[in-house]
Design a protein around this ligand. Sequence first.
Ligand code: PAF
Length: 293
Amino acid sequence: MTTSSVQILRSKKELRAQVREWHMDGLTVGMVPTMGALHHGHLSLITEIQKHVDKVVVSIFVNPKQFGPNEDFNKYPRSEAADIEKLEQVNTDLLYTPAVSEIYPEGFLTNVSVSKITEGLCAANRPGHFDGVTTVVTKLLLQCLPDVAIFGEKDFQQYAVLKQLAKDLDIPTEIIYGTLIRDNDGLATSSRNVYMSAEERQIALEIPNTLNRIINEIEGGSLTIEEALKNGTQRLLDAGFKEVQYLEIRQSDTLESLHQTTAGPSPISARIFVAAVIGKTRLIDNMPLKISL
Ligand code: PAF
């Protein structure tokens, strides 16, 4: 039997002991929480956090609490052996893959909930989803106590929620995001991209194209926010998207909505967010922009 170069732990007791030992040796520890089925977006989070810390823990835990009743938790892909091979390729130090009872033991009654930032965008179509995410990430961070934890920029709302969570609860972990990875044609990398036909994939490129166009129109002052978003929504529908669930611009840190006003002198950091459905595939994307209010 061959042994993996990745240390594999399944209990919080062993995880804590290992992280404590690293800390006592003066090493810093980073965590990459995942639900497995690892793809190159996850691997880029690992290589990115390796630049910040000495040791990297990846967790794989398919979290039942963040799936809605109509989302199939049981069918979520589980591929531990393939995941371990990928973790070896990027020199991951430790895989933490706890059983459900290690995270939610018998009698577990606590729900961690962040308000405001969890309103709208991806929360609108997934009630309870963010409470599931914040509850499990609180558990994972407290079990591991890493110095830094990284989340993908593609799920920017999730990153913003988790940054707020760590700040509010005094969890001593710096929350950072790993840059959104795009395929050569500009489409945000996602495990869902494989579900699209060649034709749908071509149409899907209208997402990054539309976001870039809206940013140019707003930053260049040729259209108001309202006009640019309205035209952008129509462009996506005309291209062949079945539904545009949201196309919105929000303030970057607080994710507060921006209401269209006249241009002013001080640009603020904002982000444009989109979720749109093509065939059976739901795609999300986001990009930063500067807005003068
Ligand atoms: O982004 C994910 O994969 C999950 O929401 C996370 C952060 C691992 C929590 O289960």
